[in-house]
Design a protein around this ligand. Structure first.
Ligand SMILES: Nc1ncnc2c1ncn2[C@@H]1O[C@H](COP(=O)(O)OP(=O)(O)OP(=O)(O)O)[C@@H](O)[C@H]1O
Length: 287
């Protein structure tokens, strides 16, 4: 079976500066894939190249086996995209926004009504359908954008930072929606700089740092490669060091041999933040 997304040495330079570097990626149909990295790492640029919005400097992208450079127009109809910035018409209502988008996709009147009703229900926006975009919350705007991206029943959905700026409860609601889209058969590619979002949602992740893919795989495998158990030690001076061990006994043994320099030591399971720290020497957020 052809993969949903295939990127081969995908590269982008802006004014001579390389922002995405020879990125290889393969996402199979049905996956919920997370592209994780700090602000400015190159996530949006990569997603824009995958979705025909930005032309690569070099390298190649295939969507469902079709070359994006050669067949961009047809490919566009095969996926849905939710970009990071608000791209709804603020002077229209929720329903009118969906209506407008359905017309752009040449969906006939009767089917349009049915599809919009169905989608409003899916993203739990039926009650708010007649509200102007300016009058609804950020979470509702995000759900409306997701509904709009689904209007032509794409089997591949791109989401750029789908929960950025949302509170924890609203974020979980959007997560539920993303999981539902995936279990209803869509391949999902999302970018995020939230570790917990990638861990909560994605079966497989790519980690991008300064334009380079520094890790790719299942979160549990990436954590195991770094060391499944993390020892987080805060020195009395305030500096925190991270050490990784294959199991708890070896972590505990290490801790016992340490002097009193540490004010606070935590032994815990490692996570994707640790993978990032170990590979880059920095934290994803605020690093
Ligand atoms: N059109 C552009 N012209 C010049 N530089 C750009 C352009 N778009 C992005 N960049 C630069 O490319 C780098 C990667 O940006 P990109 O938006 O892809 O990162 P990101 O990982 O998506 O971060 P964020 O989460 O902040 O959007 C940044 O240094 C950014 O300033």
């Amino acid at each position: 079976m052809r993969p949903a997304i295939l990127a081969d040495k995908l590269t982008k330079d802006y004014a001579g500066r390389r922002v995405v570097s020879r990125l290889d990626l393969r996402v199979e149909k049905g996956e919920l894939f997370g592209f994780l990295g700090p602000n400015g790492a190159g996530k949006t640029t990569t997603m824009r190249m995958l979705t025909t919005l930005t032309k690569p400097t070099s390298g190649k992208v295939e969507i469902n086996g079709f070359d994006v450079a050669a067949d961009g127009r047809n490919i566009k109809a095969s996926f849905g995209i939710v970009q990071q910035h608000l791209s709804l018409n603020r002077e229209l209502t929720v329903r009118e926004n969906l209506e407008l988008h359905a017309r752009l996709h040449h969906i006939g009147r009767r089917e349009r009504k049915e599809r919009i009703d169905e989608l409003l229900d899916y993203v739990e926006m039926t009650e708010k359908q007649d509200q102007l975009i300016d009058r609804i919350s950020e979470g509702m705007k995000r759900r409306t954008m997701i509904a709009r991206a689904l209007i032509h029943r794409p089997k591949l959905i791109f989401l750029d930072e789908p929960t950025v700026g949302l509170d924890a409860q609203t974020r979980r609601r959007v997560w539920d929606l993303i999981r539902a889209m995936n279990s209803d058969g869509a391949t999902v590619f999302l970018t995020t700089h939230y570790i917990e979002e990638a861990e909560a949602l994605c079966k497989r992740v790519g980690i991008i740092h300064q334009g380079n893919m520094i890790a790719l795989g299942r979160p549990e495998d990436l954590c195991r490669d770094v060391g499944s158990i993390a020892v987080e030690a805060r020195r009395k001076g305030g500096e925190t060091s991270y050490l990784y061990f294959p199991d708890r006994p070896s972590a505990a043994e290490y801790v016992q041999t340490q002097s009193q320099d540490f004010g606070n030591i935590v032994i815990r399971e490692s996570n994707l933040e640790d993978v990032f720290i170990e590979l880059t020497g920095r934290k994803v957020v605020g690093g």
